[in-house]
Design a binder for this molecule. Structure first.
Ligand code: CAA
Length: 397
C-alpha cells in the first residue's frame, strides 16, 4: 500500500507527454495567458491524441491508463500551462468521472464515449451565487413534468462554461429532504432550450480557461438524463470532488517542480558578490524548503491515486472505511499540494528578484495561476473542515 513504482507504460506516457507539451504547448502558453484565449486548437489536438480521456476505460473510448496515468498527464500539464490543466480537470475529473461512476450503460455510450475521445467538452455546474462552500444550500430547482424535469436557476464559476457541449448540473428535486435525498444530478446538452450563457469572468490567473455564469431558464431535461438515482446528486458531487482533488494535486506538483527548475536555472546564471547566487546558503535554503514539500507531495499523490484506482469505478461497492479514508486523504492532498505550489512559486519568484516581477517572465504567470488551487474544487478551509471532522469522528491511526 505504501510502495509504488511507475510501469514502463507510465514512464513512456510521461516522456511522450512531456515531449508533446514542450513542443506544442509551451510556445503558445504566454499568448494564451496574455490574450485570455481558450486554446481550442490545442484542446482539439489533445482529443485526437487521446489525452482527453486518459483515465477512462478503453471500452468507453478512453486510453485506459487509470488514475496514475491521468495524474502523470496532469503533473506534466502543471509544469507547462495551468489553464490547460484546469480545462482538462473540469472536463475529465469533474465532467466525465461522474458518468463513469454513476451513469447507465446508455448514458456512458451517449455522453462518456464522445467526451473521452475529445469530441465533446464537459462542464460541472455545482456552485451558485449563494452556494459555494455550502454546496448543499443550492437554489437551482428541477421540477418533474411528465417524463421530463424542468430546471431553473443560476450557476457560477463553471469552468468550460462557454465552450462545453455537455453540462453536469446539480439541482434540488425536493428541498424538504435536505442534501441527501433532495439534490439530483442531470446531464444537460448545450443545445437544450433555455440554457443561456452569462458573463465570462476576467481572472488574474488560469486565463486561458473560461469561467462562466450560466442561466437555466426552464430547461427541459428528459428523465433518462438523470445521472444516478433521483435524490443522490449530493453524493455524486462529493464523490466526484474527492476524486477530482487528486488530479488537482497532480497539477500543483507539476507547478512546484517547474518553479524549482526555473529557480535553479536563474540562481546558477545570476552572479552577485562575485559568484552565482545558487552558491549562497540563503538561496539553497529556499531550494531545500521547496524540494522538501515537492518530494513529499509526489509520494503522497501517487499513493492516494494508486489507492483510489484500486477502489474501482463503482462507488456503491466501496466500503465505508475506504470511502472515508479517500475523502480525508484527498482533502489532505489537495490542501498540501495547493499550498506547496503557492509556496514554491512564491519562493521561486523571490529568487528571480525583479526579473520574476516582470510580466513576460514565466514565474510571474505561474504565481498568478497557482493561487486558484487554494480556492477551487473546495477551498482549503473546507478541506481542513473535512479533515478535522474526520479526525474527531474516526480518530487518528
Ligand atoms: N463522500 C460521500 N458522502 C459525503 C461526502 C463525501 N465526500 N461528504 C459528505 N458526505 C455526506 C455526509 O456523510 C452526510 O451524509 P449523512 O447526512 O447521511 O450523514 C451528507 O453528505 C452531508 O454532509 P455534511 O453533513 O458533511 O454536509 P455539510 O453541508 O456540513 O458539508 C461540505 C459538506 C463538505 C462542506 C460540502 O458542501 C463541500 O465539499 N463543499 C465544498 C464544495 C466544493 O468543493 N465546491 C467546488 C465546486 S467545483 C469547482 O470548483 C468549479 C470548477 O469548475 C473547477
Amino acid at each position: 500500500m505504501i510502495d509504488f513504482s511507475f510501469t514502463d507504460e507510465q514512464t513512456l506516457l510521461r516522456q511522450n507527454t512531456r515531449d508533446f507539451l514542450e513542443r506544442e504547448l509551451r510556445p503558445i502558453s504566454a499568448e494564451i495567458d496574455r490574450d485570455a484565449k481558450f486554446p481550442a486548437e490545442f484542446i482539439r489536438k489533445m482529443g485526437e491524441m487521446g489525452y482527453m480521456g486518459v483515465p477512462i476505460p478503453e471500452e468507453y473510448g478512453g486510453a485506459g491508463l487509470g488514475k496514475v496515468g491521468y495524474c502523470i498527464l496532469l503533473e506534466e500539464l502543471g509544469r507547462v500551462d495551468a489553464s490547460v490543466s484546469t480545462i482538462l480537470g473540469a472536463h475529465c475529473s469533474l465532467g466525465s468521472t461522474p458518468l463513469l461512476y454513476f451513469g447507465t450503460e446508455e448514458q456512458k455510450m451517449r455522453y462518456l464515449v464522445p467526451a473521452a475521445k475529445g469530441k465533446a467538452l464537459h462542464s460541472f455546474n455545482l456552485s451558485e451565487p449563494g452556494a459555494g462552500s455550502d454546496a448543499a444550500s443550492l437554489q437551482t430547482t428541477a421540477v418533474r413534468d411528465g417524463n421530463d424535469y424542468i430546471i431553473n436557476g443560476t450557476k457560477l464559476w463553471a469552468t468550460n462554461g462557454k465552450e462545453a457541449d455537455v453540462y453536469l448540473v446539480f439541482a434540488a428535486t425536493d428541498r424538504s429532504l435536505g442534501a441527501f435525498g433532495g439534490i439530483t444530478a442531470f446531464i444537460v446538452e448545450r443545445k437544450f432550450d433555455g440554457l443561456k450563457l452569462g458573463t465570462e469572468e476576467e481572472k488574474m490567473g488560469i486565463r486561458g480557461s473560461s469561467t462562466m455564469q450560466l442561466f437555466y431558464d426552464n430547461v427541459r431535461v428528459p428523465r433518462e438524463n438523470v445521472l444516478g438515482e433521483v435524490g443522490k446528486g449530493f453524493l455524486i458531487a462529493m464523490t466526484t470532488l474527492d476524486v477530482g482533488r487528486i488530479s488537482l494535486a497532480a497539477g500543483s506538483l507539476g507547478a512546484s517542480s517547474r518553479a524549482i527548475e526555473l529557480a535553479v536555472e536563474h540562481a546558477k546564471r545570476r552572479v552577485q558578490f562575485g559568484k552565482p547566487i545558487a552558491e549562497q546558503q540563503a538561496i539553497q535554503f529556499k531550494l531545500a524548503d521547496m524540494g522538501i514539500r515537492t518530494r513529499m507531495l509526489k509520494f503522497f499523490l501517487y499513493n492516494v491515486a494508486t489507492r483510489a484506482e484500486k477502489m474501482g469505478t463503482n462507488p456503491a461497492g466501496w466500503s465505508k472505511a475506504d470511502r472515508e479514508e479517500l475523502t480525508r486523504d484527498a482533502a489532505i492532498l489537495k490542501t498540501f499540494a495547493s499550498e506547496s505550489a503557492s509556496f514554491c512559486v512564491d519562493e521561486s519568484l523571490q529568487i528571480h528578484g525583479g526579473t520574476g516581477f516582470i510580466k513576460s517572465s514565466e514565474i510571474e504567470r505561474m504565481y498568478r495561476d497557482a493561487r486558484i488551487s487554494e480556492i477551487y474544487e473546495g477551498t482549503n478551509e473546507i478541506q481542513r473542515m473535512v479533515i478535522g471532522r474526520d479526525i474527531v469522528k474516526r480518530g487518528w491511526e
